[in-house]
Design a protein around this ligand. Structure first.
Ligand code: 4AD
Ligand code: MG
Length: 431
């Protein structure tokens, strides 16, 4: 008899198998028990009838409690009425680990309660589906960049610099000096691009965001590709190819999970169609003003503006060439205008907002040095970065995708805390 996993059930129809599973829930009568089972690969039902299993086993099955772990022996049967399409006719059950008083009962629970029990809530349908899709996005990221000739370089998490601004820094002591948790791997990726041509970093980043929005975490994972000998136009093409690749990977590999979440697959499919529209910041401001938004040239977009812009196109849209004053020091100046930089944010539709931020990087030593000073940063901390402009500086561009923003959008979740196994937000450091 084979020991299988639930996802393999379709290959064992009519066969007697053994599987290890947890009990999610059960219902039934004195004659039949319906066991809702899960094993980490899928959810399905085991059916036990007293007539088949006998008094003693039936009594044992009837006494099973939520989240008890067990081995089950039984025959796999196709069942088109059940969501998974297959069931097990149970013959025997051996309890492995008992479970008394499991806190997440089948009734409705509030978000705080579920997040306080995140270590257990991971077992439930919604986190299961979302985090398996996250896993696909991670795997597909490595595939995409390997195929496109990038190498991964790892950037440090303890740093002395604050490239994305000083207001959102986590500070820590580092022996007898100060250190910060990394806000971005980008500066190190730029050093990598000068050594390896095309690189990407992929790691946790930290922002002491005091905002309690549904898009902000204090610890999130970012993918930051950086490409030497590349201007911004070509970088935008890499970005849209990458996003389309990720979405296609989820459509190909997570049909079951998208179904569990009730996500519209046709809509997702439409996002694989390239190119994505590009609209300048100038035009975006005009469009917003024409639609009664109270915005002036120079402001950063908030959530309502981003939502409007992406919904206007019904697909992801690049907003290009933002005002210099609201962007990071390293972004390349425009040749003709001093007030904008060669940058783009990719906004996702359906209200998910900015998922990518990127730019061409300025290559001029003196300009960057003056920008670092203007931003109130310490030039000493950036001397190594300025070296990159001193020894064979070349045009280069890059971008950063927030993994959890991407997961939230693809899965259609309301809140970014669902997109990471153990979310860190302003008021959550546990579990
Ligand atoms: O736009 P950001 O700040 O850009 C950078 O950090 C650049 N160094 C990237 C680069 O050019 N290499 O952040 C990039 C992305 C955002 O578009 C968003 O998806 C995500 O990171 N992000 C966050 N995700 C979750 N919580 C937060 N607090 C985030 N802040 C940014
Ligand atoms: Mg940004």
């Amino acid at each position: 008899m084979e020991t299988i996993r639930i996802e393999d059930a379709p290959h064992f129809v009519g066969e007697k198998v053994r599987l290890g599973a947890w009990l999610r829930n059960k219902r039934g009568s004195n004659k039949m028990q319906f066991l809702q089972l899960r094993d980490g690969t899928a959810f399905f039902q085991g059916v036990a009838s007293k007539e088949e299993v006998g008094e003693e086993t039936f009594a044992k099955i009837k006494a099973l409690t939520q989240e008890t772990s067990m081995y089950l022996v039984g025959t796999i049967r196709q069942d088109d009425r059940s969501p998974f399409g297959y069931e097990m006719d149970v013959e025997d059950v051996t309890v492995v680990g008992e479970s008394e008083g499991y806190p997440i009962t089948p009734k409705e629970h509030g978000t705080d309660f579920l997040m306080d029990h995140r270590h257990l809530y991971l077992r439930h349908i919604q986190p299961f589906a979302v985090l398996r899709i996250r896993n696909t996005l991670i795997a597909a990221t490595y595939e995409f960049f390997n195929k496109e000739g990038f190498i991964k370089i790892d950037s440090p998490l303890l740093t002395s610099s604050a490239p994305e601004g000083t207001t959102e820094l986590f500070h820590t002591e580092y022996f007898d000096t100060d250190a910060y948790l990394s806000q971005t791997g980008q500066l190190y990726a730029e050093a990598g691009a000068m050594a390896f041509g095309k690189v990407f970093t992929f790691g946790p980043t930290f922002r002491a965001e005091k905002s309690k929005t549904r898009r902000h975490l204090t610890e999130f994972w970012m993918i930051e590709p950086e490409m030497a000998w590349m201007h911004q136009d070509e970088s935008l093409e890499v970005q849209e190819r990458y996003i389309a690749y990720l979405i296609q990977a989820v459509l190909d590999r997570n049909d079951y999970e998208l179904g569990l979440l009730g996500r519209d697959k046709e809509l997702l499919k439409s996002y694989t169609q390239l190119p994505y529209p590009r609209m300048s910041y100038d035009d975006a401001i005009k469009l917003l003003q024409d639609n009664d938004f109270d915005v002036e040239w120079g402001v950063d977009f908030g959530s309502p503006e981003e939502t409007f812009l992406a919904n206007h196109f019904n697909k992801p849209v690049f907003i290009t060439n933002f005002p210099k004053a609201i962007k990071a020091f390293y972004m390349k100046r425009d040749d003709e205008r001093d007030d904008i930089v060669i940058s783009a944010d990719l906004l996702a539709p359906e209200g998910y907002g900015e998922i990518i931020g990127g730019s061409e990087r300025d290559t001029d030593y003196d300009y960057l040095e003056s920008r670092i000073k203007e931003m109130g940063l310490n030039v000493d901390d950036y001397q190594w970065y300025l070296d990159l402009r001193k020894y064979g500086s070349v045009p280069h561009s890059g971008f950063g995708l927030g993994l959890e923003r991407m997961v939230t959008w693809v899965t259609g979740e309301e809140h970014i805390r669902e997109a990471i196994p153990f979310p860190r937000t302003m008021n959550r450091l546990k579990p």
